[in-house]
Design a protein around this ligand. Structure first.
Ligand SMILES: NC(=O)c1ccc[n+]([C@@H]2O[C@H](COP(=O)([O-])OP(=O)(O)OC[C@H]3O[C@@H](n4cnc5c(N)ncnc54)[C@H](O)[C@@H]3O)[C@@H](O)[C@H]2O)c1
Length: 349
């Protein structure tokens, strides 16, 4: 029996979900829902019914097992809850929601109806991520002293189109949610929770097209020991520069870099020889700008494995919640700067 999927939100990434389902021999795509007119979506090739709302798809559409939520960030929780209420498993694009409280609602509902929640954090499947996870699990790097995450990307007017959801506080939520939650997920996955957070934000080039900061510098401690910092920006001119993580442990130092943490740039560890890693998948290509790794196929393999053969979600709802909580905690360090609206109303823009 094939696992039946439906997708809500047939934009860039929703169509990728649909493609991944179509390519998987154990999966079947049965429906799509989007509020835009069907002929604007570019989904004819999928040859499935297209509904003008999630409610319409759930009420009158075909039966299915898994709802993929690929709508704007601020709608994830409501759409996931609707899917769970209709007794579907849900795959939720990153970030899981824009508040920890919304993540909790999704988790409670999933437990109430005994359905699974899969969060999409596909960078975990990149060969350098798999490699460093194992290295840390084995203790090869020794005690962790310092971790530095740098995310320097370009997002300009080619990305923030007027009238779109990107750049809005309510549907996008901020740079850490939309652009950099993947890297916060990797950091959390590798080193666990953080505390003692101090953050400074700035808006260098996005006064006209976002309601929030474009850059930030965040310092913190890991609960398991060690100091960390996260520097990020979408104000890099013209093109993405890098997303990197530098880890200094008592037995060695590693830097993983590239545009989306896809290359091991440095590895010097006591008594250790770096193995050759398989090549990473290319970045998601959106024309003028590039995103994270094109690894969504692994997410769907995992969903099918979990549903058909009792596997466990690689990024479960608790982990999705923790990433949202960390971002919320970072932004709460400086709520005055969090939105331009706040700054403007405070007369300090
Ligand atoms: N995992 C990744 O690497 C990755 C990459 C890009 C985007 N994303 C995430 O995927 C989600 C979508 O991003 P995108 O770039 O595809 O955006 P998009 O704007 O291209 O697509 C969003 C779609 O949702 C539809 N939509 C909006 N409101 C709706 C509603 N109420 N009901 C049904 N459909 C609705 C829009 O019409 C649009 O077609 C976001 O949460 C984003 O953070 C993840």
């Amino acid at each position: 029996m094939k696992v039946k999927f439906a997708v809500v939100g047939a934009g860039h990434i929703g169509k990728r979900h649909a493609e991944m389902v179509m390519r998987n021999p154990e999966a079947e795509l049965v429906a799509i829902a989007d509020i835009r007119p069907a002929d604007e979506l570019g989904v004819q090739a999928f040859n499935v019914p297209v509904f003008s709302s999630l409610d319409a798809m759930l009420e009158t559409g075909p039966e299915f097992d898994v709802l993929c939520v690929a709508t704007p960030n601020g709608l994830h929780a409501a759409h996931a809850l609707a899917g769970l209420n209709a007794r579907k498993h849900v795959v939720i694009e990153k970030p899981m929601a824009l508040t920890k409280a919304d993540c909790e609602k999704v988790i409670h509902q999933a437990m109430a109806v005994h359905k699974m929640v899969f969060c999409v954090m596909q960078n975990r499947y990149s060969p350098p991520s798999v490699w460093i996870k194992e290295l840390l699990a084995n203790g090869t790097l020794g005690r962790i002293h310092m971790v530095q995450v740098n995310c320097y990307w370009n997002r300009d007017e080619r990305y923030y189109k007027s009238g779109g959801w990107k750049g809005t506080q309510s549907l996008d939520g901020g740079t850490l949610f939309t652009q950099f939650s993947h890297f916060i997920d990797i950091m959390y996955w590798l080193f666990g929770d953080i505390h003692d957070i101090k953050a400074t934000f700035a808006d260098f080039t996005h006064q006209a097209n976002t309601e929030f900061e474009d850059s930030g510098s965040v310092n913190f401690r890991f609960r398991d020991g060690g100091l960390g910092c996260l520097n990020y920006s979408t104000a890099v001119w013209d093109t993405n520069f890098e997303s990197s993580i530098t880890i200094m442990g008592s037995h060695g130092t590693v830097k993983i870099g590239g545009q989306y943490m896809n290359e091991v740039e440095y590895c010097h560890i006591q008594g250790y020889t770096m193995p050759e890693l398989p090549p990473a998948n290319p970045a998601n290509d959106y024309g003028p700008y590039k995103g994270s790794a094109a690894n969504h196929n692994y997410i769907f393999d995992n969903v099918i494995e979990a549903i058909k053969r009792g596997g466990v979600p690689t990024t479960n709802a608790m982990e999705g919640l923790k990433v949202v909580e960390i971002i919320e905690n970072i932004y709460q360090q400086n709520p005055w700067f969090r939105t331009k609206k706040d700054r403007l109303s405070a007369g300090k823009a």
